[in-house]
Ligand binder design. Sequence first.
Ligand SMILES: C[S@@+](CC[C@H](N)C(=O)[O-])C[C@H]1O[C@@H](n2cnc3c(N)ncnc32)[C@H](O)[C@@H]1O
Length: 264
Amino acid sequence: MALIQHKNAQVRFDQQVENSENYVLPFIEATHSINAATTVFEVGCAEGGVLKPFLNRGCNCVGVDLANERIDLANTFLADYVRQNQVTFICQNIYDETFLNQYKGKFDIIILKDVIEHVPNQSDFISYLKNFLAPRGQIFFGFPPWYMPFGGHQQVCEKKLTSKLPYYHIMPRSLYKHFLKAFGESEGMIESLLEVWDTSITIGQFERYIKEAGLTIKHKQHYLINPIYKYKFGLKPRKQLGLIGSIPYLRNFVTTCVYYTVGL
Ligand SMILES: C[S@@+](CC[C@H](N)C(=O)[O-])C[C@H]1O[C@@H](n2cnc3c(N)ncnc32)[C@H](O)[C@@H]1O
């Protein structure tokens, strides 16, 4: 069922700011300093709320997103910082040569929050991100692993049953499509959920891609209850038990979110 943040951009922006201030920034700061000399790049920045706490620290930021209307909102919500040239929001594919030439080696911190699970060919994409890192730069990833109860993002469904039922997204693709259709989901919703199905990522796959890219994990935190579930389900964030996080297959089913910082 659509939540208020799905319809109201201001609510969405405020939630991004609060979550970034309380969870994302402190997590990154555990392994990388954040001050006026720090350059930050967010891929999939949407309304730009994640960057606001970094702007408040004086960082220079760039946010990129493929959705033009979300870039317009970011420019509106953070207009003062945009005017002062402290942040630039761009609607562009980061694979574009002009983008690469302009930002190669420029960023101390790259942020992908709730984005990598939407990106095709993640192994190549993660490797490509290294192009934008300054020496000793780090990349933050936060994402919901595929096998967790709502790993299919099905909470955004229009119907009560399909939006509340956990785990059914892990059925085979064609069955999943028929199931969503049978319970009344629209063609548009089915298409967007199948996109998530196609780009799903597990904890093990992610860690393998990091290794293949020649990156190393600097810091990681697994959550039993994702910090953003406060806004989605009214639940208090909870860290995952260390023992569960170390059991390869099982951890995917009971870990609703993971945070990682990685670097060269
Ligand atoms: C779930 S939203 C997350 C927004 C924000 N990072 C947050 O945490 O609230 C995912 C965003 O990533 C963007 N996105 C997906 N793939 C992308 C890509 N390859 N390059 C840039 N943006 C992308 C989408 O347009 C969308 O705005």
